[in-house]
Write a protein that binds this ligand. Structure first.
Ligand code: DC
Length: 249
């Protein structure tokens, strides 16, 4: 059988339009309700990459604090409990399910009390350091990755191959959030209430000291307000393919 050189191997594509081997990291950051999670999951599927939802990690930490009656101001107790839970993902499910103490947390992390507290949890500097370390470790174990959050391109994977920043009009984001909740069978508050929560969370996420939500200078910014999720995925997939192909040229 003929042996291929490293150069020949890396120029092969797997039908996904990107090189079949070697690390590929694509980051998606942006505020809540831009369709980021759905887009990241579909993009990962389209490109044959793994998918990391870092919001699920902060949500899991919030669920742990709430369910163990730990005051959010008791930073050391929150951190100790989260470390004890040994948060990790089951990569055999799609999307990967998050586990604490070896048990799937399922929809608990999406419930309203968790959603309300999560931005306070995500502002804890020591907890963020722990999560960043875990996410980089996941990046080593899954080097072909689409990862989404708030700080993936700015802090966690500053050398990512392609960085996107998704944004959308807050009113559109509130409407999308409500539709999403109804679809997953949850009791959805009014759009006005959701808009209020979204603006509060945006302000907390972007003004915190550690790992604030920012658009990295080298990220491609996309306003998803006027386009469908399918169109966003197609646009992102095309962009990733073009950027990776141009590097090989
Ligand atoms: O994307 P999401 O709504 O599931 O995120 C939940 C919360 O976690 C949100 O308040 C922002 C925060 N978060 C963060 O601070 N850093 C990340 N990398 C991901 C999420």
């Amino acid at each position: 059988m003929a042996t291929l050189t490293d150069d020949q191997k890396s120029s092969l594509t797997s039908g996904t339009g990107i090189p079949v081997d070697g690390p590929v990291v694509v980051t998606l950051d942006g505020p809540a309700g831009t369709g980021k999670s759905t887009v990241a999951r579909l993009l990962a599927c389209e490109l044959g990459l793994d998918f990391l939802d870092t919001g699920a990690m902060y949500r899991a930490a919030a669920a742990i604090a709430v369910d163990h009656n730990i005051a959010l101001t008791d930073v050391d107790a929150v951190l100790e409990k989260v470390i004890d839970a040994d948060l990790h993902f089951d990569w055999t499910t799609d999307p990967p399910a998050i586990l604490a103490w070896m048990k799937q947390l399922n929809q608990r992390i999406r419930e309203p009390d968790v959603t309300k507290t999560v931005s306070q949890i995500a502002a804890i500097g020591k907890l963020r350091e722990h999560m960043v370390r875990k996410q980089r470790l996941i990046g080593q174990q899954h080097p072909r990755l689409v990862t989404e959050g708030r700080d993936q391109g700015s802090i966690v994977f500053p050398d990512a191959d392609v960085k996107f920043y998704l944004d959308a009009d807050p009113a559109v984001r509130a409407r999308r959030r409500r539709e999403q909740m109804i679809e997953s069978g949850m009791n959805a508050p009014s759009e006005d209430e959701l808009l209020h929560d979204i603006l509060l969370r945006d302000s907390r996420d972007s003004t915190r000291k550690d790992g604030p939500l920012i658009c990295p200078d080298d990220a491609i910014r996309i306003d998803t307000s006027p386009i469908t999720i399918g169109e966003v995925v197609a646009l992102l997939a095309k962009t990733v393919r073009e950027i990776l192909a141009s590097r090989k040229a």
